[in-house]
Structure formats: structure tokens, C-alpha cells
Design a protein around this ligand. Structure first.
Ligand SMILES: Cc1ncc(COP(=O)(O)O)c(C=O)c1O
Length: 437
């Protein structure tokens, strides 16, 4: 990659740009090299760099602004700002363990919480090999999805997922410090929770003295049309919340952790815990200056509303394109957290991972950047720029239509000699499916 601007990316040897619908998994919130952020970088770089260990003006202002927009009782919380998602989720675990005196951490099936050693158990085995060699096993809870509950019922009130979750949490409560929660499972393919599920899980945690820790790293910061994704699900006052990775505007790796004051004070009471709050780039003044500009852009009039409206428009466009498609079973999403679930007419001959690979590769051939995720690559995942307007959405829809049509044709050609359900000459099972649009 040589250059990037707005929704577009230029690669070496390709004069025509590529449309970026992934944006570093949302770490670039407002399109590449947003002019206001570039200005802020220059301005801040002339004023400040690093400040450890002294508090700085930008850090104080950023903490106040985050608290003023978060769904929690402002006076009861404090903010810690540091580098990178994994590092800050690590801090959330460290705080939880110290304050509860318990060591175990629970997370959901298919969760992704980061790549540091302490996070490998909380990150699902579909994202990491050999995690069992690195650390002890973590406690896993089934995630009740909006459209496909693991226990087979469409409603979290009746399906039994809550009972299962409560049984697991209760059985482990004596050793369980915290439950890590991605409100929408980003890396698994932007999987939305069933209605009422997250709030009910929070209540279960409260009942059994387990901290409820929200990891908003991938779906927060306005991506759902609300500043924090939990606002969509009636969840308030989590014990700890880790903010989105786009807070540094895509230029600086800055993430904030907001936790109850009672947690911070219990931990800081012991002087030996000073390292919990340490780090050479802690509360970095330059990064906090960029983050303040990010919040200014996000909270300007109409920005969040447009994310919601344009997200609905994009989603409807995808649903219309693929309402009856042999390889895409459905498009779903909330704001600019969008996914498409893949399906195969015959899994033995054509896995969903193969379909995903072909769609991504065809996307690159047709100059559109897409991404697949899920246990076996069964979903295409989109996290476009929050400022993408309808004109660009129309281009995106046309490109995705073309990409899926060509990818479907080529998959059909590869399998044309193998009729569906029948046997090929070599005895292997065959595949065929209806033409694609
Ligand atoms: C939900 C979630 N938690 C944690 C992380 C880890 O963040 P980082 O890659 O900045 O270490 C990610 C990264 O994608 C994430 O999506």
C-alpha cells in the first residue's frame, strides 16, 4: 500500500484505487488521512510528545469527555489511557483479579479479546492455535445470537442460553473474577446478540459477584450509531469498559479503560500495585490530543445519526442484492457493523471458507477490500468509514454485486463437472447450484 485517502487506498503498481470497506477493522474511523486529524497531528506534535509520569491537560480533558458521553454514572468512574487494545484488555483483567482476589476469567464462544499471553484463553480457539500450551483454560459461555441461538430458539428469554450461562457462572463463582463481553462479536463476523441477552447476562454477573467487563474495541465509537455499542442493548454502568481502538484516529494506538472508582481505589491502595498504572506511553499527551479531535468529529451534529441512517441504507441494499442467493444466506448489521453470512449448497464439496476466500480474492481483483471471519470463515465482515456517504455506498453495492457474481460463477465453473448430490467419475461427491446474481 502506498497511499490512502478517504475510503480509497492505492497499491503499488495499480493506478486505480481500491475501495476500503474494512478500514483496519474500524481502527481508522473516518476514512484514511482525514484532513482534520492530519491537522491535529501537526498541531499536537508541535505542542507535546510524551509526558510520563506527569498528568497532562489533554489526558484530563479526554477522560472528562469520555465520561460525559459514556452510559454510566459519571461520578462513580475513572479513566486510564494506554496503548493498544490487547494491552488495555490485559489491564482490565489485572484490575479484576486484584480487586476480586479471584483468578479465573470467563468469555463467550467465538470471542476475540486480543493477542497477549494473558488474553489467549479468553480468545476463542478459532482465532489461536496452541492456546492450551500457553496458559490455563478459560471458562466459556455460549453467545446467544440474534438470529441463531446455539440452543435453537429465536428468543433469549425462552431459549435456555441464559440458564446455561447462569449455571456456568454460578458453578465457577468462587474462582471467577470477571466475564469479558464483546457486545457484538466483531472478529467472529459482527455477530449481534439476541434481544435482552446482554442486559440479562449483566444481571447474572451482578447476582454472582462476577465483574461485567465490556470490550468495545471493535464495535464502539459510533460504529453502531451510538458512542458505546452497549447503549443499543440497554446496558449501563458496566464494572469496566474498554473503548474502541479508533480513538487514536488510526494514527496513534490509544485505547481508554473506564472502571468504577471503587476498583481503581481498591487496587491503588497497595503501593505494590503501582505497575498496574504504569507504562512509558500511559496517558500520552500527543495521543490524547488526537483522541480529542476524534471525539470532536464524531460528536458533531448529525454524524451519529448519519451512521445509523447510512448503515440501514447499505444493509437494505445488500439484503436486496442477496435476498435469494445460493452462497449468501443473509446480510445483517447495526449501523456500520455489517456482516454477510455465507452458505454452501454442499459443504462436502465447497466449504464456506472456500467461498469466503474466493469472494475476498475476487474483491481484490475488482478493487474492493473485504474481509472474512468466523470459525470457518463463514461470514464476510464490513467495517467501513463512519463518514461513508450514500454516493460511495452505491459504488460499494455495485462492486460487491460484481464481486459476488464473478466469484459465484468461478466457483460454479470449478465444480461444473460434478453434479450436485451425485458422484463424479472419480467417485468424489459433486456440486452444482443455481446461477448467481
Ligand atoms: C474486541 C477486541 N478486543 C481486543 C482486541 C485487541 O486489540 P489490538 O489488536 O489493538 O491489540 C481486538 C482487536 O481486534 C478486538 O477486536
Amino acid at each position: 500500500m502506498e497511499r490512502a485517502f478517504g475510503e480509497w487506498v492505492w497499491f503499488k503498481g495499480h493506478p486505480q484505487p481500491f475501495l476500503d470497506l474494512v478500514m483496519s477493522h474500524g481502527a481508522v474511523p473516518f476514512g484514511h488521512c482525514h484532513p482534520r486529524l492530519v491537522e491535529a497531528l501537526k498541531r499536537e506534535a508541535e505542542l507535546v510528545d510524551n509526558n510520563y509520569p506527569f498528568p497532562n491537560k489533554n489526558q484530563v480533558e479526554l477522560a472528562e469527555r469520555l465520561l460525559s458521553v459514556a452510559p454510566l454514572e459519571q461520578d462513580e468512574y475513572e479513566v486510564l489511557i494506554n496503548i493498544s487494545g490487547s494491552f488495555v484488555v490485559d489491564k482490565a483483567i489485572e484490575l479484576s483479579r486484584i480487586v476480586t482476589g479471584k483468578a479465573a476469567i470467563a468469555s463467550f464462544d467465538k470471542a476475540f479479546h486480543g493477542s497477549t499471553l494473558s488474553l489467549l484463553p479468553a480468545t476463542d480457539a478459532c482465532f489461536v492455535d496452541h492456546s492450551e500450551l500457553m496458559t490455563e483454560a478459560s471458562i466459556k459461555i455460549p453467545f446467544c445470537e440474534e438470529s441463531r441461538c446455539p440452543q435453537g430458539s429465536p428468543s433469549s428469554r425462552t431459549c435456555g442460553c441464559l440458564e446455561t450461562s447462569e449455571r456456568i457462572i454460578k458453578a465457577n463463582q468462587s474462582s471467577l473474577a470477571a466475564l469479558l463481553v464483546e457486545p457484538i462479536q466483531g472478529s467472529a463476523g459482527n455477530i449481534l446478540p439476541a434481544s435482552g441477552y446482554l442486559r440479562a447476562i449483566q444481571e447474572i454477573c451482578e447476582r454472582h459477584n462476577v465483574l461485567f467487563v465490556v470490550d468495545d474495541l471493535q464495535v464502539g465509537l459510533g460504529r453502531t450509531g451510538r458512542v458505546f455499542s452497549i447503549e443499543n442493548f440497554g446496558v449501563e454502568n458496566p464494572d469496566i469498559i474498554v473503548t474502541h481502538k479508533g480513538l487514536g484516529g488510526g494514527f496513534y494506538p490509544l485505547v481508554a479503560l473506564i472502571a468504577r472508582k471503587s476498583i481503581f481505589s481498591a487496587v491503588s491502595r497497595n503501593p505494590l500495585n503501582a505497575t498496574v498504572f504504569g507504562g512509558a506511553f500511559l496517558n500520552n499527551a500527543f495521543g490524547c490530543g488526537i483522541a480529542l479531535e476524534v471525539l470532536d468529529i464524531l460528536l458533531a451534529d448529525g454524524v451519529l445519526e448519519r451512521v445509523k441512517e447510512n448503515g440501514d441504507y447499505f444493509l437494505l441494499g445488500l439484503q436486496n442484492l442477496f435476498s435469494n442467493h445460493p452462497l449468501i444466506s443473509r446480510a445483517y448489521g447495526l449501523g456500520y457493523v455489517i456482516g454477510m453470512e455465507l452458505t454452501s449448497p454442499d459443504e462436502e464439496c465447497l466449504s464456506r471458507a472456500d467461498i469466503a476466500r474466493e469472494i475476498i480474492a475476487e474483491g481484490m481483483r475488482q478493487h474492493v477490500i473485504l474481509y472474512s471471519r468466523g470459525g470457518d470463515g463463514e461470514r464476510i465482515k464490513l467495517s467501513p468509514s463512519l463518514t461513508m456517504d450514500r454516493a460511495v455506498i452505491d459504488i460499494a453495492l455495485e462492486k460487491i454485486r460484481g464481486v459476488v457474481a464473478t466469484a459465484s460463477e468461478s466457483l460454479l465453473l470449478q465444480s461444473v463437472s460434478r453434479p450436485i448430490g451425485g458422484r463424479n467419475r472419480d467417485g468424489t461427491r459433486g456440486l452444482a447450484f443455481a446461477g448467481s446474481s
